[in-house]
Design a protein. Structure first.
Length: 718
């Protein structure tokens, strides 16, 4: 253990890890349900080379699981923190043939991960080091002798389901060429969460002396090669793998543009320097442990969405056609149901230069597909989850002053998405009844009604801002459809059929999802989805309950009501009463206390979540990170605010969890959060001032943050 620590310290010195990058612990969230990965990536990068322990299953959605000690190989792409497996392209495994029986195991104590660099030594004594640029993975293998072998598996990929009796491969078509004794290139077409195409080129710095095909299964549609090398005295083999969604030529251009040489250390240093730009945008005064959690969360936030455009701006769209992206940016890995809530609003503060590109991507997708994207992987929609929450993302960008996209085109895309039926959105049914009736739609009817209502409010607001009163009026009426499924007797939103009858029996504690239909809720129960309309209509929800006092009582009951045998697979993780921090529908609910008679109760629960459900250990993230949303909640809550309504530009006050934080804004200004009387027990606040002026609202706005200044919280333990 001492030797490993010394190696890490030397590595930090060697790569010059400075400032905030040194606090990033890439192993946080890799054990359990966080589903993150420790391999390198660039901010918003296309490739993420890393270890794959297993190719399928819930525990290995990123390909990696901390507890495993077996390795299939090292693939070049993956997602961070998702609940379904995808990617895992172009798997390589270096092998010492003299110890071939040990080729799929490694020494856990040799595993090292820091920003931009990952290393591990396999039990056959081959050391693997990884780094990358935006579109090119760089592998460095050190063998124990000059004779070396590398497995190149192009059939490999990460998938959620694996049927031992029906071993249909993930790759359904391929065209691969060994160009010469140092280059392999081609393309693969895959069918999994999405149907997609990727193109690649693999280049070695030593020629292989022999190549042989590995025996294929009948279901395999792509080759696997064993390549033999005779190395020189240093026994090192370097490999570069470039990817493209467009063509082999695009992959080669990416490689030549980003990594034209074989200087592994230079690439790792440039990677780290790129991360410094983003990780140094916030400085906090906190303990070592808290800094590790905070800056790792910041790191996870900036991993995605991924820019999948080539260096020349070309990309493959949702219609399988090639386009050229504005500013050479076309974003995917858009887990929209998750990130619209906290991650996207936070990116508007910390990475505003990315926002116009993300919105233009949404609009390009609409142009190609006919509706805004729901959840994209490699540019293709997997239609995962419900609602059409690209709509609030567009509204927020326009609300906050981003003008790098056509606002009229944006409104048109929002209206078409909310009026022309498509997968998961049957607008004829929705408008006919004013809700989704469960006898016509027994799949998450309540959740779909509530989430569609929020999108409707966003369309209405966008139309108001652009002066389209007809659209604004029509969608403001739809925005309160949630009232049509409110049961005053039970005080919950319930499944209702076409005749107006409630679904029975009814248990508000029973979590449902598409996995256990019939069910009216999405990975949640009636308690957790009750608070969804409060994103845009706190006053309306409060009136349904009979006023502010009842609203407060309902919140208190929510955080204290216990369920027997909660189903963790349905997002019932990190529970406080019925608050489930492990899943996104709960993320805004602690902040609803700001609109109640007892705002400090929300501050108490925020502190509890921060301290009990986040840690600087591999299992320190309870629930999927979901492409940075869980991390965004932690960052924002540490700063002392969070967007209850993710599209109106307001951040509702909670209570800061650090003594001081400074955000270095893109406009050259800084925004500081300061606390008076801060301590581990002084977790409440009443008085808040902005630039020495008392704030009388329970929130701060985006312009107020971006104008810079000092937000001061007066802390107390009472």
């Amino acid at each position: 253990m001492r030797r490993k620590l010394l190696f890490i310290l030397c590595l930090i010195g060697y790569y010059g890890l400075s400032q905030n990058a040194k606090f990033v612990n890439v192993f946080i969230g890799t054990d359990g349900t966080g589903h993150t990965f420790p391999g390198p990536s660039m901010p918003f990068g296309m490739v993420q080379p890393g270890m794959d322990n297993k190719a399928y299953g819930w525990n290995h959605t990123s390909g990696y699981q901390y507890k495993d000690t077996l390795v299939l190989g090292f693939s070049q792409t993956r997602f961070s923190g998702t609940g379904i497996n995808e990617m895992g392209d172009v798997l390589l495994l270096p092998i010492n043939q003299k110890k071939e029986n040990l080729k799929n195991s490694y020494y856990k104590t040799t595993e090292v991960g820091v920003v931009g660099y990952y290393a591990v030594t396999k039990k056959d004594d081959v050391k693997v080091e990884l780094t990358c640029s935006e579109r090119v993975a760089f592998h460095k293998y050190t063998f124990p002798n000059k004779e070396a072998t590398v497995l190149v598996d192009l059939q490999h990929g990460l998938r959620f389901v694996f049927d031992e009796n029906n071993q249909k491969g993930l790759v359904v078509d391929s065209d691969v060429t060994i160009e010469n004794n140092s280059t392999i290139s081609g393309y693969c077409s895959t069918q999994n969460w999405v149907n997609r195409k990727y193109f690649f080129t693999i280049t070695f710095d030593h020629p292989f002396s022999n190549s042989r095909l590995v025996n294929k299964k009948d279901s395999d549609k792509a080759p696997k090669y064993l390549l033999d090398f005779l190395l020189n005295e240093n026994k090192v083999l370097n490999v570069k793998i470039a990817l493209s969604s467009v063509s082999v030529e695009g992959a080669k251009n990416n490689l030549q543009t980003e990594i034209p040489d074989w200087d592994f250390d230079r690439v790792a240093n440039k990677n780290k320097e790129a991360w410094d730009v983003y990780l140094n945008r916030i400085a906090i005064v906190a303990s070592q442990k808290q800094k590790e959690i905070f800056y790792t969360a910041l790191y996870h936030l900036f991993l995605q969405p991924s820019n999948i455009a080539d260096v020349d701006g070309k990309y493959r769209g949702a219609d399988d056609k090639i386009g050229v992206a504005p500013a050479k940016a076309y974003y995917s890995t858009l887990s929209i149901w998750d990130i619209y809530r906290g991650a996207f609003p936070l990116l508007q503060i910390l990475a505003p230069e990315k926002i116009n590109g993300i919105v233009n991507t949404l609009l390009l997708h609409h142009k190609a597909a006919g509706f805004l994207p729901i959840w994209t992987a490699w540019g293709q929609d997997n239609y995962c989850m419900i609602g059409n929450h690209a709509i609030p993302m567009i509204l927020l960008a326009y609300q906050n002053g981003f003008k790098g996209f056509n606002s009229n085109d944006a409104l048109n895309a929002m209206v078409e998405t909310a009026t022309i039926s498509h997968i998961n959105s049957d607008w004829q049914l929705y408008n006919q009844y004013g809700y989704y009736p469960f006898d016509k739609l027994d799949n998450e009817s309540v959740s779909r009604t509530l989430e569609s209502g929020y999108d409707d409010w966003c369309v209405s607001e966008m139309a108001k801002k652009l002066g389209n009163t007809d659209v604004a009026t029509a969608f403001s009426k739809r925005a309160v459809y949630y009232k049509n499924i409110y049961d005053a007797q039970s005080t919950f939103f319930r499944g209702k059929d076409t005749k107006g009858n409630w679904r029975t029996p009814f248990n508000p504690l029973q979590a449902t999802s598409p996995l256990n239909n019939p069910g009216d809720y999405t990975e949640a129960n009636a308690w957790q989805y009750f608070w969804t309309p409060a994103q845009h209509d706190v006053i309306g929800v409060s009136k349904l309950l009979g006023g502010k006092e009842n609203f407060t009582n309902k919140l208190n009951a929510f955080f204290t009501t216990q369920a027997e045998n909660p189903n963790k697979f349905l997002g019932q993780e990190a529970l406080i009463g019925q608050y489930a921090h492990g899943n996104e529908p709960s993320h805004h609910i602690t902040y609803l206390y700001a609109f109640s008679n007892e705002p400090k109760m929300g501050q108490k629960y925020i502190h509890k979540v921060i301290t009990e459900f986040h840690n600087n250990t591999p299992d320190g993230m309870i629930g999927n990170d979901d492409c940075g949303q869980m991390s965004a909640w932690y960052i924002l809550s540490t700063l002392g605010f969070y967007p209850v309504n993710p599209a109106n530009g307001e951040f509702v006050f909670g209570s800061p969890q650090v003594e001081k934080a400074t955000i270095h804004l893109s406009n050259g200004k800084s925004f500081e959060v300061r606390t008076k009387n801060f301590s581990g027990t002084a977790i409440f606040n009443t008085t808040r001032t902005l630039n020495n002026k008392t704030m009388n609202t329970p929130y701060i706005t985006y312009p107020e943050i971006m104008n810079g200044g000092v937000l001061t919280f007066e802390m107390t333990d009472r």
